[in-house]
Design a protein around this ligand. Structure first.
Ligand code: CP3
Length: 341
């Protein structure tokens, strides 16, 4: 198993590495200048110049150990010809899939449509200092299926869960097909120069417990195994958001090298119960970065560091930075982590 922490520590073996989920984007005012150059978000993600600038933007503000390529998990549904739109103030809108439709999703060549992502990664790897790790990513099959079936974000993804109970064979076939595309997308990013790969299962907490292995763990393990069989040995971070007690089995059976934890996880519990061979990433509450005066921020960051200092650990937030998070708070956290002894 890869020691993911070491990959991030190219610059300083003594430090705990740090980067932030959604470190680029709307909390940085300069992002809007870039974003306004394309009206459509998909076109923005396909514009190499803007992708390279957006990816590098947080590194201009912050002393981070990694850059995550600016893109979106919904580029796979788009690449397999589902209609995908991002509507301001509402979020993503997709043409909902109905059971038995998977057939048309099979054997699609996603590489041509995703070539701008590949090219952006090649440019970024040449542009960025060697000391900064470059992260490529994809959505996990379950989370992609959630958006593709529901057609949008949802509080409970009941249509997706209904499809799972109703058309089990169709649903598993869909996850299997999506696993192939996710592996292809990650392979493309690794070959273009990404140092680390991350799989976002943002809606894993919607998986019925009795299906967690089939829908959350097995598709991820299949993706990791496919990449390993293609001699891609780069570290892979899994992020089964709010998976609770299922995190234990995920840490042993998904074959990822690093487990990203959401802000609800007790790190002492994680140390006791999570596969100790795995690197842990997380898990500061991103909401702690919103108030102008966050009284507990420093205490909380120090407490995370105290618990995790002897483990393989990467400091991060437990979910993406929000548009209203304060640049000064992010700087303060980095400062505490970098000066921690
Ligand atoms: O620094 C970074 O991490 C930027 C790259 C990035 C984006 N999306 C940019 C983005 C990454 C890693 C993602 C992943 C992503 N996209 C996830 C997984 C992480 C998570 O949040 O759980 C998910 C679920 C999506 C799907 C998605 N994309 C939604 C639900 C939305 C709309 C909600 C919102 O925040 O507006 C998006 C759009 C999106 N992706 C934006 C950004 C910066 C906002 C678009 C804009 O600028 O208007």
């Amino acid at each position: 198993m890869n020691n993911t922490q070491n990959i991030f520590l190219k610059n300083n073996k003594l430090n705990i590495p740090i980067w932030f989920l959604r470190q680029s984007g709307r909390h940085i005012p300069e992002y809007f200048k870039l974003r306004n150059q394309e009206s459509n978000f998909i076109d923005f993600c396909l514009n190499k110049e803007l992708v390279v600038k957006s990816t590098k933007l947080p590194l201009k503000y912050y002393d981070l150990d990694a850059a995550i390529v600016f893109s979106d998990i919904l580029m796979i549904p788009w690449a397999v010809d589902r209609k995908v739109n991002f509507i301001k103030g509402i979020g993503p809108q997709l043409e909902p899939m109905i059971p038995d439709e998977t057939q048309i999703l099979k054997n699609i060549n996603i590489f041509n449509k995703l070539k701008p992502l590949k090219d952006s990664i090649s440019i970024l790897r040449k542009d960025l200092p060697k000391s900064k790790s470059l992260i490529g990513f994809a959505g996990a099959p379950w989370t992609l299926a959630c958006y593709m079936i529901e057609g949008q974000s949802s509080k409970d993804f009941v249509n997706t869960r209904k499809a799972l109970w109703n058309s089990n064979k169709w649903f598993m076939d869909l996850l299997d097909t999506l696993s192939i595309y996710v592996a292809e997308k990650l392979e493309m990013q690794a070959n273009a120069g990404a140092d680390v790969l991350m799989i976002f299962d943002s809606w894993s907490h919607m998986i019925p417990n009795s299906f967690f292995k089939q829908c959350g763990i097995n598709p991820t393990a299949k993706i990791v195994d496919t990449l390993r069989s293609k001699n891609i040995s780069k570290p892979i971070i899994g992020f089964p958001f709010k998976a609770g007690s299922s995190l234990i089995n995920y840490s042993y059976e998904s074959n990822v090298d690093c487990l990203a934890l959401d802000w609800t996880v007790d790190l002492n519990w994680a140390k006791k119960n999570i596969n100790s061979l795995i690197t842990i990433q997380g898990n500061l509450d991103p909401a702690s970065l919103i108030p102008n005066k966050s009284v507990f921020l420093e205490k909380n960051v120090l407490s995370i560091l105290d618990i995790m200092k002897d483990n393989k650990f990467i400091f991060n937030v437990g979910h993406g930075l929000t548009p209203d998070c304060k640049i000064n708070n992010v700087k303060k956290v980095i400062d505490i982590v970098k000066n921690y002894k």
